[in-house]
Design a protein around this ligand. Structure first.
Ligand code: HEC
Ligand code: HEC
Ligand code: HEC
Length: 439
């Protein structure tokens, strides 16, 4: 009995020590005072907000920019909603000080010490420099119109809604230091590393997650950095330097073109969350910043997965001819006929797309050649829309209302076999049903 009591006593002391350490290490912002309403500073902040793609999560499709309210599902627990970060004093962050804003941005602590959920990528934004954090604050204080809008309450039930345990996660997994320049690398490489690890937060989507949902590595020195991950039904593929599993076979200019326009003919197009990141963020960054990002990305150590050729290197053109035109799609079950009826008008019967590449080739296409058909199913369900300054608006229709789960599954398997990777995982009706339900 005495032994057990001693043991319990020891555990309690240990827990208190751990909590004490956590509280002491909860990082305060190093920034103090205010920032001036200086137009150059506000403009720089606006650019950094684009690089950080704050608008992607802090706006809804029909809402005002930065007014929040975007629903973000937390698997198995419920939904949280992104905050209103316009300078409205009541519903936004209008009366936050520089230090309070910075604590949320880089250390995940909201006003009054409220721990933010890591759905806000503060673990990446921790890399932001003091000067850039100030410029962002200036932009959100002086450059963004205030919008009075309350956001819906989170639906996460007690006790999971208790926020303080998040600080343990932070101590274990969230860096608290700004980016440190590596003197043995070029200024361009360092600029790229700063953006990729920090504001552009490529790892939030492309780095696999561990047991506690933490990104397995936050920079190129850790294992599995950018080695591919899954988010809301989309595969964010491996973008390390591995020639077959990653993008080691892409040239520097192919990568910059992809980030700026979302399309590299005969290699890849950006749909889903990547299409949005290209539209709202990467296509609006300077040529120099995009070049720096590409330089750094190409230096990230290769992580292989046994693939025998690159995703974009699969496939041969089809010789099936256009046999069926004008037949209602819902009654067709043969996948070649579905292809000819639904897709060939743009991607051509042979799958090679249009000569100007506006309608991309499905042969030598990283989505059709991927070993997992998730993104192909997503594209068929939801189509693709992308606007950038550098090209015409891009649009492919969604087929979720025209094709059944069974039709999409058989079409997907036909496409991977015909135009893509014949060893790809087979799509099932159940897979399509699941992805369809994720909207
Ligand atoms: C991947 C999605 C995502 C991105 C990108 C993102 N945020 Fe957030 N942010 C969130 C979510 C979700 C919350 C609310 C978290 C919570 O309720 O715990 C949040 C909370 C905040 C808060 C705290 C607001 C409050 O009222 O507590 C601030 C400030 C903030 N974000 C600023 C930014 C800025 C500035 C950027 C761009 C540099 C940015 N966020 C980019 C998802 C995101
Ligand atoms: C919001 C999540 C998200 C962010 C942030 C993001 N990506 Fe992606 N990325 C994706 C998804 C999803 C795809 C697959 C898109 C598709 O096939 O239509 C993708 C595809 C790609 C591809 C094409 C790979 C291939 O083989 O087809 C490259 C290259 C890429 N991303 C680079 C980047 C870089 C570099 C960054 C940061 C500067 C970044 N991504 C940030 C989600 C994201
Ligand atoms: C009205 C024309 C049109 C039709 C019909 C059409 N597409 Fe597309 N498709 C496009 C355009 C445009 C793009 C995007 C090109 C870009 O991103 O630059 C695209 C892109 C794609 C991509 C690449 C997406 C990525 O993220 O990598 C795939 C795969 C694809 N389509 C498959 C299909 C399939 C399968 C069908 C039939 C069910 C189909 N398309 C029907 C116009 C069309």
């Amino acid at each position: 009995m005495k032994k057990i009591l001693t043991y319990v006593f020891f555990l309690v002391i240990l827990a208190l020590v751990v909590i004490g350490v956590v509280l002491l290490t909860a990082k305060a912002s190093p920034l103090t005072g205010d920032v001036p309403n200086d137009s150059a500073l506000v403009q720089r902040g606006a650019y950094l907000a684009v690089a950080g793609d704050c608008v992607a999560c802090h706006s809804t499709a029909k809402g005002q920019p930065f007014a929040g309210g975007l629903k973000m599902p937390i698997p198995m627990l419920g939904n949280i909603y992104s905050s209103n970060i316009t300078p409205d004093p009541k519903t936004g962050i209008g009366n936050w000080t520089l230090a309070e804003f910075d604590r949320a941005l880089r250390y995940g602590v909201g006003k009054d010490g409220k721990r933010l959920y890591p759905a806000m990528p503060y673990a990446s934004y921790a890399k932001i420099t003091d000067d850039d954090a100030k410029a962002l604050y200036a932009y959100f204080k002086y450059g963004v119109p205030a919008v009075n809008q309350d956001i819906p309450k989170s639906t996460i039930p007690w006790p999971f809604s208790i926020r303080w345990p998040v600080q343990f996660w932070n101590v274990l997994f969230a860096p608290t230091k700004s980016y440190e320049v590596k003197t043995n690398q070029s200024p361009e490489w360092n600029r790229g590393a700063y953006l990729v690890q920090g504001l552009a937060h490529c790892g939030t989507c492309h780095t696999p997650r561990g047991l506690f949902m933490q990104e397995k590595a936050m920079d190129e020195t850790g294992h599995d950095f950018l080695a591919g991950s899954i988010l809301a039904g989309w595969d964010a593929p491996n973008i390390t330097a591995d020639t077959n599993a990653g993008i080691g076979g892409w040239t520097h200019s192919q990568l910059t073109q992809y980030l700026q326009t979302g399309s590299v003919p005969n290699i890849a197009q950006a749909g889903g969350p990547m299409g949005e990141a290209v539209e709202h963020s990467f296509s609006k960054l300077s040529d120099a910043d995009i070049a720096a990002i590409a330089t750094y990305i190409h230096s990230v150590p290769a992580i292989g997965d046994g693939s025998t050729r690159p995703r974009y290197a699969w496939g041969i053109a089809s010789k099936d001819d256009v046999a069926l035109r004008g037949v209602a799609l819902k009654v067709v079950s043969d996948p070649a006929s579905i292809y000819l009826g639904a897709c060939a008008s743009c991607h051509q019967a042979n799958g090679l797309g249009s000569v100007d590449h506006y309608y991309p080739s499905l042969v030598h296409n990283s989505t059709v050649g991927a070993s997992n058909p998730n993104n192909l199913i997503q594209i068929i369900l939801h189509g693709l829309q992308r606007k950038t300054n550098t090209q015409d608006d891009i649009g492919m229709p969604a087929f979720k209302n025209d094709l059944s789960d069974a039709q999409i599954a058989s079409l997907t398997n036909y496409l991977t076999k015909q135009f893509g990777n014949p060893n790809a995982k087979q799509a099932t009706e159940k897979d399509v049903k699941k992805l369809r339900s994720l909207e």
